[in-house]
Design a protein around this ligand. Structure first.
Ligand SMILES: Nc1nc2c(ncn2[C@@H]2O[C@H](COP(=O)(O)OP(=O)(O)OP(=O)(O)O)[C@@H](O)[C@H]2O)c(=O)[nH]1
Ligand SMILES: [Mg+2]
Length: 330
């Protein structure tokens, strides 16, 4: 039986996926449960949401009993156009990659378990910034339990592999198990039938690092084979720079975001700092992030870019396109 989920429910679900704090998650989940149509076709979803809610409430109680708020390494505040979390076995080059692509300076060292806590850095791409989060290694019996939360809340996941390592296949299995614990499903693979609404479908890509030690690409091909189909694979060298410029645009594109330049009537648009929205966002969505109050009053917009002609007037439900210049009219 189809679940017939309403747009309001889907909006709450979207908020749940975007939530990074415990309170935001609880709020969104309670709303999802309240808005879920209650019938036979949604029984499984109801049970799933209730279970998750009970777990979150219990975690909240624990935190309260623990007194003052503790630093939670399982939450890194999302900044910029979107957040990618890098996961991989020890020594794969996760920190070297974050160092090469962002202004952050995580420690890079030739021994395992160098990185002890998540560390975010911002990667410039054209006129936006994309957040990359370096993390401690994933290894049997050594994986930090909070990594599953971090991966679940991210907008995308980069599996970093040293293609020359002799245990690539075991590492891929370990990473697959972490994705499963995190309830993450790679967007590029066909969704499983009867998927739980709490399964987070998001881009998962692989970075085949240390390609400088693999001139014929033989190890790279083996790593790709170990990953199986449906995971985009970028061959690169974090230390020597090969492939990095291929990776940047992929990291922005896979987030499925659009950049919008706002303009006031009679003035030039601000081409320096675009607003970043989900693909499919409308004039009304833009108004909401420009100014909440404005969103209620917005009547129409003029668009330069994807419009049929410059300055075309469109209504508030019009879907915007990447790099549109938009003038909002209340
Ligand atoms: N040849 C080569 N060595 C690399 C490359 N990237 C990283 N390394 C080396 O690999 C070792 C591990 O790099 P890190 O960036 O510390 O690896 P990590 O995945 O962060 O490791 P942990 O924090 O221990 O999990 C270091 O000695 C780096 O110099 C690369 O592209 N080519
Ligand atoms: Mg590291």
């Amino acid at each position: 039986m189809p679940a017939n989920l309403t747009p309001q429910y889907k909006e709450a679900e979207h908020r749940f996926r975007q939530a990074t704090t415990h309170e935001e998650k609880l709020d969104a989940l309670r709303e999802m449960l309240a808005l879920l149509p209650k019938h036979k076709g949604t029984e499984k979803i109801q049970a799933d949401l209730r279970r998750r809610l009970a777990k979150l409430e219990e975690e909240g109680d624990h935190a309260k009993r623990g007194g003052a708020q503790r630093f939670d390494p399982g939450h890194v505040r999302r900044e910029g156009a979107g957040q990618w979390v890098l996961i991989g076995p020890p020594n794969a080059g996760k920190s070297a990659l974050v160092r090469a692509l962002t202004h952050a300076h995580p420690e890079v060292a030739p021994y395992p378990f160098t990185t002890r806590a998540p560390l975010p850095g911002m990667m410039p791409f054209e006129d936006v910034q994309v957040q990359l989060v370096d993390t401690p290694a994933v290894a049997p019996n050594h994986t930090e339990p909070y990594l599953a939360n971090l991966v679940h809340a991210a907008d995308g996941v980069i599996l970093v592999l040293d293609v020359t390592a002799d245990d690539v296949e075991a590492s891929v299995k370990e990473l697959g198990a972490l994705l499963e614990r995190a309830r993450v499903w790679p967007a590029s693979r066909p969704s499983p039938h009867d998927a739980s609404p709490l399964l987070a479908v998001k881009p998962v890509i692989a970075a085949g690092n240390k390609c400088d030690l693999d001139p014929d690409g033989v190890f790279g091909s083996l790593a790709q084979e170990a990953l199986g189909g449906g995971i985009p694979f970028v061959s690169l060298s974090a230390e020597h720079g090969a492939g990095l410029e291929d990776l940047r645009p992929i990291l922005f594109r896979e987030l499925d975001r659009i950049r919008i330049y706002a303009k006031e009537p009679g003035k030039k648009p601000d081409m320096e700092k675009p607003f970043v929205l989900k693909r499919g966002a409308t004039v009304h969505d833009l108004a909401r992030i420009v100014h909440k109050e404005l969103a209620e009053r917005i009547k129409y917009a003029r668009i330069w870019g994807s419009a049929r002609f410059d300055g075309e007037q469109v209504n508030r439900d019009h879907a915007l396109a990447d790099r549109d210049v938009v003038e909002l009219h209340a």
